[in-house]
Design a protein around this ligand. Structure first.
Ligand SMILES: [Zn+2]
Length: 340
């Protein structure tokens, strides 16, 4: 069984400090992984605007955002100018590739993407993606083949640009298994590889889960069931590469003991028959432990008439499942990280 590791790198500090730690840890454990970089300015401090949105303050009290991100990071783009990550950390990024890991694009400006994409124009979306694409080529000397949208945020323009920029695959959604996306019946010619498992920051602080117990909870999920195509787990350089490293080490050991092969997204995709993938609509919905609407793998395209599918993320199961009835558990309070 395969388990792909997708590393979202959101911040300057995460790139400088979290990424090298994760590279060492993954090498030691013999695990493959894909690092997706934020290539432009770190404006994490501007996420504080979300304090005025419902849910944000609950998250701040639930997990220590300050402890995970550090004070400087929380001031970037407000009291402190935001460092240009792709300029300042180009050497660290290249070192990841030289260590044998796949690299790709997360975003240009994480906070701008998360806060503006929902209502963004075609021009704004294209410009942000092109900046990241061009900067990636400057840093690595080759074109990017891998993409994973910041905060699982998409709009139709982003999907069209994923196709235009000819990524080999894109991992922008939450779902159950790889698929070819459609959006309002428009085919997007780029395989979509959704994250199938919850993230640590979505779990910690809910239902009594702590940094110490969260790994066991996730291992429980992956022991119980897995899609035939395996799992995709998203980690964060700012979390698993920092204070949550012990939990991540336990996850890696546990997954190996469960027989999972730990891979990059590229190696995971190489094992798929891409032309055989089913077509699924991209829909938007909530994920417990995270605020706002995320891009989700929706019903199979043209199958919607088969019985009003109701796709929900369930923390008690490892994958998005189709519920006949609403889940017994009431929806948890939406929460967020300053950058995710
Ligand atoms: Zn992110």
């Amino acid at each position: 069984m395969k388990l792909a590791l997708k590393v979202d790198v959101d911040t300057y500090r995460g790139t400088r400090e979290g990424v090298p730690r994760l590279v060492e840890l993954l090498k030691r454990e013999g695990a493959g992984a894909t690092f997706l970089f934020s290539l432009g300015p770190d404006h994490t401090g501007r996420a504080i605007r979300r304090a005025f949105r419902p849910g944000f303050m609950r998250k701040v009290s639930r997990t220590s955002v300050l402890e995970h991100y550090g004070l400087r990071t929380l001031l970037y783009g407000t009291l402190l100018p935001g460092p240009d990550i792709g300029v300042r950390c180009a050497a660290q990024m290249r070192a990841v590739r030289e260590a044998g890991f796949e690299c790709g694009i997360h975003t240009w400006d994480h906070v701008a993407w998360q806060d503006r994409l929902g209502s963004a124009s075609a021009e704004w979306t294209r410009a942000e993606m092109q900046r990241a694409y061009d900067r990636y080529e400057e840093v690595f000397g080759v074109r990017a083949r891998a993409h994973g949208a910041a905060g699982w945020q998409l709009n139709v323009h982003a999907l069209r640009n994923v196709q235009r920029l000819a990524f080999g695959y894109s991992s922008d959604t939450r779902g159950a298994h790889p698929f070819i996306p459609t959006y309002n019946a428009e085919l997007i010619a780029c395989p979509q590889v959704p994250t199938t498992l919850p993230t640590l920051d979505e779990l910690i602080g809910r239902d009594g889960l702590t940094a110490d117990s969260v790994a066991d909870h996730l291992l429980d999920l992956t022991a119980r069931e897995a899609p035939a195509t395996g799992h995709v787990y998203t980690l964060h350089a700012e979390l698993e590469g920092n204070r949550l490293a012990p939990a991540f080490e336990r996850l890696l050991a546990g997954w190996k003991a469960q027989g999972y092969e730990l891979l990059s997204l590229r190696d995971y995709c190489d094992g798929l028959e891409l032309e055989q993938l089913p077509h699924h609509e991209i829909v938007f919905g909530e994920v417990p432990g995270r605020s706002g609407m995320l891009a989700l793998q929706g019903p199979a395209f043209l199958d919607a008439a088969a019985g009003a599918p109701d796709y929900r993320w369930s923390r008690d199961r490892a994958v998005i499942t189709q519920h006949a009835a609403p889940p017994a558990e009431p929806a948890a309070s939406p929460t967020t990280s300053p950058a995710t």
